[in-house]
Design a protein around this ligand. Structure first.
Ligand code: TXA
Ligand code: MG
Length: 339
């Protein structure tokens, strides 16, 4: 049985207590953060954490992020806290930034996917912070079935997990919309492992140049040689194609593709920052912030409306655009069309 705890009108300490109890008892509770919804369990309880992997269908070697509510909790999880970690935490926590640090023995290897490091973040959502305070540090991946778009509404979590976890806290829509930026501070040089809700430029202002892990950019291959299923991630049921290039040419290319797919009898969905005449259209908004916020919702929503193919407009890769393009390219399985 899953209880859906309504907190759309704001924090309710009595309900938080109930949810916090469930975490302490080793149960699974999905909760909102400012980025996406998380599927939470007591980070130090192996059995509970194992259930997260089972529920998501997540490979056991893909580590989880541990969520904390006070800086002092970091000392209980990380063996060493380098000065970069202190500087970044001071400036950006609570917020969409995750730091990877050498782990303490107390953190189970199940939580860290067998690694000697632990990823930690302090989320900037009052419900998430209250839930952690009412329980313990919480391990939480995004609350989606592995491979599907991350959830930015409680409804998305209900779709994926109703009947399979103990509780879902509905805190309304999340406001960042893409997951946290992950920075590895456990090796010699600070390295970006995943672009996310905190732009890399902001991080570099505080700690100087950050290396970019080669996996971050992914590869832009042409349609004919797309590796396909192997890289599917963040994917709705309908195939996604991303159109990238100079703005004017992108518009033209999208119109061309709509016509082409429609002539084959496909129901075509488009997600973009300006209007298009398609079978289904989702307006992503105008700014990069809007696009980040609406991205995952658009993928799920166009799927729900039953389109056969989704055409997504690419955006520039600066600021939040780096995270947006990383998610879009993965969602498309690298079916990228250059305009
Ligand atoms: O915004 C977010 O980060 C959301 C909310 C719920 O906080 N969480 C989230 O978790 O996106 P998840 O599990 O979907 O993504 C965690 C990412 C993965 O790419 C994982 O490989 C990486 O963080 N990660 C976790 N621990 C790591 C570690 N010890 N070393 C390297 N990467 C790690
Ligand atoms: Mg995820």
């Amino acid at each position: 049985m899953t209880i859906v705890i309504n907190m759309r009108d704001g924090l309710d300490e009595r309900k938080i207590k109930v949810a916090g109890r469930l975490i302490i008892e080793g149960k699974l509770v999905a909760f909102p953060t400012e980025t996406v919804y998380g599927l939470g369990a007591d980070a130090l309880n192996e059995k509970a954490v194992r259930r997260i992997f089972e529920a998501k269908g997540r490979p056991a070697d893909n580590p989880l992020i541990v969520h904390i509510a006070e800086f002092d909790d970091l000392k209980k999880l990380a063996r060493e806290i380098p000065k970069e970690a202190k500087l970044l935490a001071e400036k950006f926590w609570p917020g969409p930034l995750t730091l990877v640090l050498p782990k303490r023995e107390e953190v189970p290897l199940v939580t860290t996917g067998g690694l000697d490091t632990v990823a930690v973040r302090m989320p900037a959502h009052p419900i998430a912070l209250a839930l952690i305070r009412a329980s313990t540090p919480i391990a939480a991946p995004s609350a989606n079935i592995s491979g599907k778009p991350s959830p930015t509404l409680a409804e998305h979590v209900v779709d994926d997990f109703y009947g399979r976890i103990e509780a879902i806290i509905d805190g309304g829509p999340t406001w960042v919309g893409v997951e946290s930026t992950v920075i590895d501070l456990s090796s010699e040089r600070p390295t970006l492992l995943r672009p996310g809700g905190l732009p890399l430029e902001e991080i570099e202002k505080v700690i100087g140049p950050v290396e970019i892990h080669p996996a971050v950019k992914g590869k832009a291959v042409d349609l004919a040689r797309a590796p396909g299923m192997k890289y599917r991630h963040y994917s709705p049921n309908a195939p996604v194609v991303v159109v990238e290039g100079p703005r004017e040419r992108v518009r033209e290319k999208i119109e061309e593709l709509i016509a082409e797919y429609r002539s084959k009898g496909y129901r075509v969905g488009v997600m973009a920052t300006e209007e298009f005449e398609a079978d289904e259209f989702f307006h992503l908004g105008e700014t990069l912030e809007d696009v980040a916020k609406n991205l995952f919702r658009a993928l799920r929503e166009l799927d729900r409306r039953g389109v056969d193919v989704i055409i997504a407009e690419g955006v520039e890769e600066r600021g939040l655009g780096l995270a947006v393009m990383n998610r879009l390219r993965k969602a498309s399985g690298y079916r990228i069309i250059r305009a």
